[in-house]
Design a binder for this molecule. Structure first.
Ligand code: NAP
Length: 441
């Protein structure tokens, strides 16, 4: 059955985000392995490109490290290939010695409250995708937006609050698309509410991110719903104690008048979004005894209560993740499913920083290489057969040359604005830069 084993092992990675690229880097440190990285988009970097805040240049710079893997002649990038539609799990499993799923968490959690889907309310994930120039993001009307309410107090909530509170002129040095900057200039932000269902000592944001938000130039800061004095700091973990102290200091030092306000509101959860035809207010109910219900005016509501994995066709899925043991994919009954692996958020859930994916990928890849060395090689269809299957479907993968053309065009656009890069956000503009050869229609 098996192919002769002198063929170098081939691994397919589904998803060119941080977890997929860290996995690729770990794989090519083995001198034999060849890697094909598939992505739905013609651009690599996934959440690093479309999730990390545009004003976090130092995290964005991880892309330079991640891109090094493309220098290897044993790595191919196949963009514009959507898993499940253009290529199936069965086809990849038949064509590669191993398949790694690195698809992240493409959906978000819902509140399940009345009015949640009113126009003007959306998830922070969608809002972030929009300001990051994701080609699938729906435009965000910002004209006249005065009051914004963000539900949740994690780092994503902190990112969107900071972007809303910053002067648009301070964002023109980022890679935000011009259309986004123009929309943000139309906003008239006066109030941004950050709503936590527990107290500041329980908030998910990390201290440096909180500090950066509180130091946004020109803002006033208020605190509602909790008494910091009543918190016993001695029992708190270090980061929680630091967060509480930061908030106390920022509120004490807040100017009495400001054009834009950050309102930190704790121990409340949304009960309903109200509005005629679009969101106008958020009704909040207390989650601590003695606190009062509140209604906060809102032109924009951003749900920032966590991301959620999406099931992949033909791949086991359970509660937002692919069931796995240290990256080895398992069937739903817990039995082994050889040849398939998972990394990143689809492996461990939507928690952790970009850098967390390095260790996470190393664990999965160590098991994968161990399996390649100890298990009989599986039957492999010729890669040419897979190429032919894709071509017959009219699927024409984009490659690294296409990405380089997009990259250069974005850098050139940035030059006009005085930023390092300006994102190209429209599908047709991206596709114009892909594949110069006309090819079959
Ligand atoms: P997160 O850290 O899990 O925070 C989710 C927040 O939503 C928590 O405050 C949670 O409160 C709240 N929440 C959940 N369900 C809720 C509900 N039904 N009603 C009201 N509130 C609810 O998620 P995230 O902010 O999406 O971030 C995801 C990961 O990316 C995190 O690991 C984060 O650190 C990371 N990240 C890092 C950066 C950075 O380093 N700069 C930036 C962005 C994201 P409870 O605690 O009460 O559940």
């Amino acid at each position: 059955m098996g192919m002769p084993t002198h063929e170098p092992p081939r691994v397919a990675i589904v998803g060119a985000g941080p977890s997929g690229l860290f996995a690729a880097a770990a794989l090519v440190s083995d001198p034999d392995v060849r890697v094909d990285i598939f992505d739905r988009l013609p651009t690599p970097f996934g959440l690093l490109r479309y999730g990390v805040a545009p004003d976090h240049a130092s995290i964005k710079a991880v892309a330079t490290t991640l891109a090094r893997v493309f220098e290897s002649d044993r790595v191919r990038f196949l963009g514009l290939v959507e898993f499940g539609r253009d290529v199936t799990a069965a086809e990849l499993v038949a064509s590669y010695d191993a398949v790694i799923y690195a698809v992240g968490a493409a959906d978000d959690r819902h509140l399940g409250i009345p009015g949640e889907d009113l126009p003007g309310s959306r998830s922070a994930r969608q809002f972030v995708a929009w300001y990051s120039g994701h080609p699938d993001a729906e435009p965000q009307p910002m004209a006249g937006v005065r009051d914004a309410v963000i539900i949740g107090v994690g780092n994503v909530a902190v990112d969107v609050a900071r972007i809303l509170l910053k002067e648009p002129s301070a964002l023109s040095v980022t890679d935000m698309p011009d259309t986004v900057l123009a929309a943000l200039r139309e906003a008239r932000i006066e109030n941004v509410w950050l709503v936590g269902r527990r107290g500041p000592e329980h908030a998910a944001f990390t201290t440096p991110e909180l500090r950066e938000l509180l130091e946004t130039p020109g803002i006033g800061i208020t605190l509602t719903g909790c008494d910091l004095e009543a918190i016993d700091s001695s029992v708190l973990e270090r980061h929680a104690r630091a967060n509480v102290a930061l908030i106390a200091g920022a509120v004490a030092e807040s100017p009495g008048t400001a054009d834009r306000w950050l309102h930190l509101l704790f121990w409340h959860r949304p009960a309903a979004l109200d509005g005629e035809g679009r969101v106008q207010a958020v009704r909040l109910e207390p989650t601590a005894p003695g606190a009062e219900p509140l209604t906060v005016p809102a032109d924009l509501v951003l749900r920032s209560i966590g991301y959620r994995g999406v099931p992949l066709p033909g791949v086991p899925y359970d509660e937002g993740r692919i069931p796995n043991l240290e990256g080895r994919v398992l069937e739903l009954d817990g039995s082994a499913r050889p040849g398939e692996y998972a990394v990143g958020w689809i492996k461990r859930g939507p928690v952790g920083l970009i850098g967390s994916n390095k260790k996470d990928a190393a664990e999965t890849v160590a098991h994968l290489l161990e399996d390649l060395a100890t298990q009989p090689r599986r039957h492999l269809d010729d890669l040419a057969a897979l190429d032919a299957t894709l071509a017959a479907r009219g699927v024409r993968p984009s490659d690294l040359e296409d990405w380089r053309r997009i990259d250069e065009a974005e850098i050139a656009r940035g030059g006009i604005r005085g930023s390092e890069r300006t994102k190209i956000e429209a599908w047709h503009d991206l596709l114009d830069l892909v594949r110069h050869d006309p090819g079959p229609a």
